[in-house]
Design a protein around this ligand. Structure first.
Ligand code: ATP
Length: 253
């Protein structure tokens, strides 16, 4: 579904992602791990169109996408969440998801300003769709809460809900378990697996090894921008090079 071919990005003298080739099969839950500064978020930024690679190619469903704008990448079917919670805090839970529906909206500025029939019926459909997503994500009863009043775990789930609103085929989750307590992490595991069962392919950057090892079918380890190892969780966890890269870190589960 997603294919990276020799992708490199340099920031001045620093090669943040170095000649990475990778294939993420449709329907998988694919984990991307590595020590701090390994290039994981940069790789997300390359896939989602925030950065253009210095060299290399990125294909999504056979279509070359490197250097495409983030908006276009989202339209093609790739959505993402961010390492830092990035919600509209003063808006309600529902409104935050409605914002995420914009790429699928057909009504234009004219329809919005003059509140045309098309705009009104579209708004109704967007509210219904957003409510369905919130129900799926277990947030329906918080639809009219201000986002800032949600718990930490709920805010993270709302971020994923908003990403779901663009009806992605592939979702990139950047450290979704960060700052979560043990219960919230279990709920997160369920949520990701439920999303995957809907047919959404998941690419996950995560430091929490329990989350990664429990739900990913394949894991890729990056180290200093390079692909160190790819394989099933068990294989990766016991790989000598990986253990060495994490020495003093938190690979053990
Ligand atoms: N826009 C930028 N300009 C310069 N250097 C950058 C830029 N973005 C990332 N880097 C550098 O690229 C390297 C990889 O950073 P990145 O954030 O991708 O790592 P990471 O694996 O996501 O780390 P963490 O687990 O700590 O989030 C780091 O050395 C970082 O400082």
């Amino acid at each position: 579904m997603l294919k990276l071919e020799d992708v490199t990005i340099k920031f001045g003298g620093l090669t943040a992602v170095n000649n990475v080739s990778l294939e993420i099969p449709e329907g998988s839950i694919f984990g991307l791990i590595g020590p701090n500064g390994a290039g994981k978020t940069t790789l997300f930024n390359l896939i989602s169109g925030v950065y253009k690679p210095t060299s290399g190619k990125i294909y999504f469903q056979e279509k070359e996408i490197e250097g495409t704008t983030p908006y276009k990448v989202n339209e093609l079917g790739i959505a993402r969440t961010y390492q830092n919670i990035n919600l509209f805090k003063k808006m309600t839970t529902l409104e935050n998801v409605m914002v995420g529906c914009h790429t699928k909206s057909k009504a234009g500025i004219f329809d919005a300003v003059f509140k045309t029939k098309k705009q009104k019926s579209e708004e109704k459909a967007i509210i219904e769709k957003s409510m369905n997503i919130l129900e799926f994500m277990g947030l329906k009863d918080k639809a009219y809460y201000k986002a800032s009043n949600l718990s930490y775990g709920e805010q993270r789930r709302l971020e994923i809900s908003r990403a779901m609103a663009s009806e992605p085929k592939l979702i990139l989750l950047d450290e979704p378990a960060a700052g979560m307590n043990a219960n919230e992490k279990l709920e997160l595991n369920d949520t990701i697996q439920k999303m995957n069962k809907l047919g959404i392919t998941v690419l996950l950057v995560e430091h929490d090894m329990k989350v990664v090892m429990n739900i990913c079918d394949t894991v890729c380890v990056l180290n200093y921008g390079k692909r160190l190892c790819v394989g099933e969780p068990d294989y990766v966890q016991n790989n000598e090079e990986v253990i060495e890269a994490y020495l003093g870190g938190d690979i053990d589960v």
